[in-house]
Design a protein around this ligand. Sequence first.
Ligand SMILES: Nc1ncnc2c1ncn2[C@@H]1O[C@H](COP(=O)(O)OP(=O)(O)OP(=O)(O)O)[C@@H](O)[C@H]1O
Length: 476
Amino acid sequence: MATDSWALAVDVQESLGTLQIKENEEKLKAEANGTAKTEEDGDKTDEEEKEDRAAQSLLNKLIHSNLVNTTNQVEVLQRDPNSPLYSVKSFEELRLKPQLLKGVYAMGFNRPSRIQENALPMMLAEPPQNLIAQSQSGTGKTAAFVLAMLSRVDPANNWPQCLCVSPTYELALQTGKVIEQMGKHYPEVKLEYAIRGNKLERGMKIQEQIVIGTPGTVLDWCVKLKFIDPKKIKVFVLDEADVMIATQGHQDQSIRIQRMLPKDCQMLLFSATFEDSVWKFAQRIVPDPNIIKLKREEETLDTIKQYYVLCSNKEEKFLALCNIYGAITIAQAMIFCHTRKTAAWLAGELSREGHQVALLSGEMMVEQRAAVIDRFREGKEKVLVTTNVCARGIDVEQVSVVINFDLPVDKDGNPDNETYLHRIGRTGRFGKRGLAINMVDSKQSMNILNRIQEHFNKKIERLDADDLDEIEKINN
Ligand SMILES: Nc1ncnc2c1ncn2[C@@H]1O[C@H](COP(=O)(O)OP(=O)(O)OP(=O)(O)O)[C@@H](O)[C@H]1O
């Protein structure tokens, strides 16, 4: 990651916390680059959809500086159900090379994560086994396959033995960083990046043992340029399969790469989600797989009090919001708007009222968004105004109130129940009680609210935003 973009992100964010949100929005628009996108663009092409997923995935990597702690169950489907199932509780049990064990501890890992407990013994087993693994972002997948690649290479051989494909340039760089960090005490093993811009001399052969790159460049390096001899690859990793499949071209290229690999090459595929399309793709890439899935935490609305407020326009919604803020103490709140225009307007209004506001919207570069989220997580701002694009993956424990300034709808204008659950599900976590307030400003939005109530079979109570006593009571 270029250092100047970080500097820019911090610089931009420094001023975002103040009253200058509107001016900065213009600046941000001008500065946003390739990762920028708009949520108001309507129908998205495959390419744009992939960019969304790739940006979200990169964002998750940037904001999850720590392992996501999970006690969720791991589901393991072994290719040979009769073979014993190994799981490990310590890295020592894996009998790693001392240089790698040192690397693991140098990264601050004390014990394998939930997914690593099962995935690592499977990936390191002899003879090598194929694996499809799915678990949410931040649960230790990257660290696991990096360790597997580093364990399998023979540093005495100066040719590529492990090949890892990532959906984008930025994601490949991120994974490359993990390889470099974990292999810090194993300098004989070298890494090469098969990404655009890395022009090698024609006719040369790569000597590095690990190659990480994007599917198009990797394919070129194997077929056209012959930098890599695919027949000598021992481990093939396909990372972020769910992001990869959003682009047909990437799917085809990945399958073409896989077909060139030897029969005994170990195939490993990772994904944060496991919808049908990912599963179909995974099966084409990974023959005879073992499968590991981490069960998702069930989000429920049981611990969340839900209310709605009737208003007639956005100004009234803003006034209602001010009343709510006046009546109850809110540690941190997330406010969701439908468009980034509304989000920018609302952030400006709230700042003028004296709130410390952070604004997050889709046109910001991923690094800028990560910086905003980090500041919010640290409590530097108490209110985060955001659009849908940014809603997922943000985990802020202190958020006690979620406000749907606009109700979540899909592109056909129907209620988006899943997004509703995701948004407000983040307040009532870890047994804490949460509060969700929905702003309703038209017949249509009342209709949406009713349908959401029906869907979850949970009553959303009306709240009179002019009655401060009543508002005070809701927080008891
Ligand atoms: N066993 C471990 N102990 C402590 N920290 C860990 C462990 N494994 C991974 N981590 C750290 O947890 C974070 C998430 O790990 P990792 O990036 O491997 O997850 P991931 O599932 O690949 O997520 P993403 O797809 O978002 O990259 C990283 O900061 C990583 O350094």
